[in-house]
Design a protein. Sequence first.
Length: 684
Amino acid sequence: MHGATFVTDLAMVLGVAALTSVLARLLRQPTILGYLIAGLIVGPYIPIPLFADAERVQALAEFGVILVMFAIGLEFRIAKFLRVLPFAGLTGLVQISFLLWCGFSLGRLLGWGTVESLFLGTGIAISSTMVVSRVFDQRPVSEDIRQFVLGVLIIQDVVAIALIAAMTAVAAGGGLAQEELAAVVGQLGVVLIAMLGLGLLVFPRVVRAVARLESSEILVVVSVGLCFGTALLAEKFGYSVALGAFIAGLLVSESGRGGDVERLIEPLRDIFAATFFVSIGMTVDPSEVWSNLPISLVVFAVVVLAQLLSVSLAGIISGHGLRRAMMSGLSLGQIGEFGFILAAIGISAGAAPGSLQPILVTVAVLTAFTTSLLLGMGDRIVRQTDRLLPKRLQHLLSLYEDWLERFRGRPAEVRVGKPVHRALRALAFDAVAITGLLAISLLWRPRASQWLVESLNLPVREARWGIELALVLLLLPFLYALFRNTLSLSRLVGDSILARSAAGSSAAGIAVRTLRGMVTLGVLIGVGAPMTALLRPLTGGFYGAALLAGLGAALVVFLWRSAGAMEREFQSGAEQIAEMLARQSGQEEPESLNDPTLLPGLDSVVQVRIPPSAQSIGKSLSQLEVRARTGATVLAIQRGEAKLLLPTGRESLQPGDTLAVIGTGDSIARARQMLTEAAPPESA
């Protein structure tokens, strides 16, 4: 009878979930919404005569958590992670840090405790891969945006595992008390090292031996058995089963048969993952959703706006341009599965309020709708933002995007690649050391001060000053190294990109200073954002954010002035390019105008000639929205004997116009297609 009850619950959950997921699919919404609605239907709070036992469904849902995390471990590849790190690493790091900081700060403003606020911050920091994939199916985006978003999601997945481990330790330690937290974190480190070390000796060998039997049935049974065994072991040590399942997937993937196992468990994973989301919906009391609706709406606004702001800013500084960065920020504006897992860890340990789950469910439902809606409005939002930018910033961002695109296209140059990698590793080490010293100081400073007062009979004021002085002396070498390595990185990047520019020319000097300023701003945000987010729970104030904002503002002022100087060089370069266009007006259209001294760092300016059949004829650049839609910039237009420098966008294009266009290879290709595409034939 006991087994029949489980069968009844599972049949009810999957039957209702099947109907609601089909409905969600027909309405072009992510299936996760259908699963959450199914949970409301079979849950205890809505008077519909379909009730599943919450405890038994929760037990079944745990299978979903384990299998989802196991599959993530199977998919994880260090080589894949390292491939996306150069172009998505900064954006992913800044995005997670900013959302974590915003969520924690919001929790404190709401009167929540430190640990409760931490769970709110971690719950909203990770986007939903399921929602993003579904939205991209409904609203296809260009390949460069898709690859960038997927790269950020990979970074998020890796950080999410670290957050699960860290928040499990925080929940188990009961808070941020020094002794308890230090003991729990130390124990966690030992357990992880032991599980990974011993697992690497056993798991790959076992899986390879089983795979040689050429039986899919045995392979999936052994692999899932290892998964659940490792999850149980992690639970016995007092940690989340999700962490153990991920470790099992990581170890199985080391056998080289991770892809085979992943395909075999996919149907089973999907079934129990659906059960997990249904169980989340079952915990939501509509009356509690209503009572927490004001908070949920505030969290919803924070998620959407903070995602857009952080991804756009970091994406631009990473050299991905306004269009790609903003479209990616709109794509990632939601929360999902990892948020529910983290909330469940906190609630089950009594470290997070019970209201956290309905708040996250409400935000997840709202953001699942708005992600598709905002992405559909993405072109309009990007175009409006581009119009609001001053000309000097428009031109600077165009140049900077092309500079970084060319730099990323030179990874094989050992002369540049190895020093850059060394500088990045040194920066990471310096940042970790500084963060660690500050964290230790904030945690142990009161106790150390008390010890100095009691043991050495020092006055309280002198004891505090002594501790501050010792901290400064310890930090100075790392701060100096951070400053030196930042200068080294900016010099290496600048020299690599602008090496072909005319040595000693005013344009080259301005370009080098501007590029180094942008790289320095990237380092400041890439180092400062995670440091500020990690230290925020310990400082109890906004000191770190204020310092970061002040340094960032100083750099922005410097870059604004540099952009003005670059604008003058931009104008001069456009005049020379227009002269070259005029001289070549009677020739066949060449591939490019090669002269890196005109605009430093650009190897070529591509010419695009408007054919008589183009549908762009009679339209202005503003109407076509060339920059916003393609990312390319029109420097000049040659029209017979006349030439238009840095067009305002109001000029209508005419047959035979020759446009000088700059940008990345992809952006120029999109601009060429837009400008030269033939008009559709008129219907009879």
